[in-house]
Design a protein. Structure first.
Ligand SMILES: Nc1nc2c(c(=O)[nH]1)N[C@H]1C(S)=C(S)[C@@H](COP(=O)(O)O)O[C@H]1N2
Ligand SMILES: [Mo]
Length: 201
């Protein structure tokens, strides 16, 4: 049943249009991590692009800070069913990272890596053309460690498990290789609008 009237100050139909099936709206920002929060000092941080096993570009924190930063405000959707509207990030678009590396994406599949050993696969097409960034700030402040700081991937149009926290790099792969949750039964693509939560959805 559609909710009539208003929830807070937001018309119910506006919520309905922006809320994917099976999701509810939350105002807080839950933390979901598979393990303990890693604390990476900025002087030890780096971000690397790999083509298969071959590193093709790497930045330390100071170098990464000099890349063009943009703001992105997007709704996010977690597979545990919470959605949060208008999350405001800033960071470096994957397009600009590739441009700075002087390469075009070398393959159709990407595996994102986190410093906690987490991985998640995203089709390369879903990372480029203005769709995704490596975020370094949330709501105008450095991203807190529990939300993936100093830097996390942001792929807001897919379920939020695709947005790897503590991201250390992107690895282009020849095949679509399952990441941490995808190996444990979660969907290889994860489109919230098609409710692609689990394998077979
Ligand atoms: N490196 C890493 N990234 C991760 C995770 C993780 O455990 N490790 N959890 C994922 C999951 S399941 C979700 S829902 C979101 C949660 O992000 P948040 O804690 O900022 O809400 O991060 C994703 N990225
Ligand atoms: Mo999640």
């Amino acid at each position: 049943m559609a909710t009539r009237g208003f929830i807070g100050k937001r018309p119910a139909d506006e919520i309905g249009n922006r809320l994917p099936p099976g999701q509810y709206l939350t105002e807080d920002f839950p933390v979901l991590s598979a393990g303990p929060t890693p604390h990476v000092p900025l002087e030890k941080w780096s971000f690397t692009i790999k083509d298969g096993v071959r590193p093709v570009a790497t930045w330390n924190w100071d170098e990464f800070a000099k890349l063009p930063h943009v703001k992105l405000t997007r709704d996010i959707h977690c597979v545990t069913k919470w959605s949060k509207f208008n999350t405001a990030w800033s960071g470096v678009m994957i397009d600009d990272i590739l441009a700075e590396a002087g390469i075009a994406a070398p393959s159709a599949f990407t595996l994102a890596h986190g410093s906690d050993g987490y991985t998640t696969n995203v089709p390369t097409a879903d990372l480029i053309d203005g769709k995704a960034m490596v975020a370094t700030a949330y709501e105008g402040k450095p991203i807190t460690a529990d939300h993936g700081g100093p830097a996390r991937l942001l792929v807001p149009h897919l379920y939020f498990w695709k947005s790897a926290k503590w991201v250390t790099g992107l690895q282009f792969t020849q095949r679509d290789e399952a990441g941490f949750w995808e190996l444990r039964g979660y969907h290889m693509y994860g489109d919230p609008w098609r409710e692609q939560r689990f394998t077979g959805d």
